[in-house]
Write a protein that binds this ligand. Structure first.
Ligand SMILES: [Cu+2]
Length: 179
């Protein structure tokens, strides 16, 4: 199942949730760049499959890659996670999206094995498309949480967040429908 990002950017009212869900209703997150990367836009789909979820991300406007230098982490590939709070308020513009909280980690695992630990996003002139399967949750279990794109790559070993640096973009996971 595949939808264009621009057709699914409206969340359904609360009173339509779980009632007669048609095939046009999907669990997804519309991604918006914050003050450090306002060009970013995109969508993440969470499609139910046997024993888990197919996650598909389509993002535009990622910053250009910059290699590590002078003790600074590389910019890109971009760390990508589910965070525990579905709130994409910017807050501090020098360190946006802090209100989304820490990684979603319902089984109390070390970073690298959080339910919300995802592969890094690789930019192709700003564009990324990626799909992967996870058995760590169903789409319903991540409703009301947030997806975050970070400035730096996830090393999947530094605790508690993989040394992924600042938060470039955010999206709240909810029910979306085609318009
Ligand atoms: Cu994160």
């Amino acid at each position: 199942m595949f939808y264009d990002a621009r057709t699914v950017n409206q969340e359904l009212p609360n009173n339509t949730r779980n009632e007669n869900r048609s095939e046009e209703v999907v669990v997804a997150a519309s991604i918006i760049g914050g003050p450090l990367a306002p060009e970013i836009e995109g969508i993440v789909y969470f499609d139910p499959v046997e024993d888990g979820t197919d996650v598909t991300v389509i993002v535009y406007g990622l910053p250009d890659y910059q290699p590590a230098r002078n003790g600074h982490a590389p910019i890109g590939p971009f760390g990508f996670h589910i965070h525990e709070n579905g709130d994409c308020s910017v807050g501090n513009s020098d360190s946006p999206f802090e209100i989304s909280g820490n990684h979603w980690n319902p089984t109390n695992q070390p970073h690298g094995n959080h339910a919300g630990d995802f592969p890094n996003l690789f930019s192709n002139n700003g564009f990324c498309q990626m799909s992967f399967f996870t058995n760590k949750f169903t789409p319903e279990e991540v409703l009301g949480k947030a997806v975050i794109i970070h400035q730096n790559p996830d090393d999947f070993r530094t605790q508690p967040a993989g040394n992924t640096g600042k938060r470039l973009a955010c999206g709240v996971i909810g029910y979306y429908s085609e318009r």
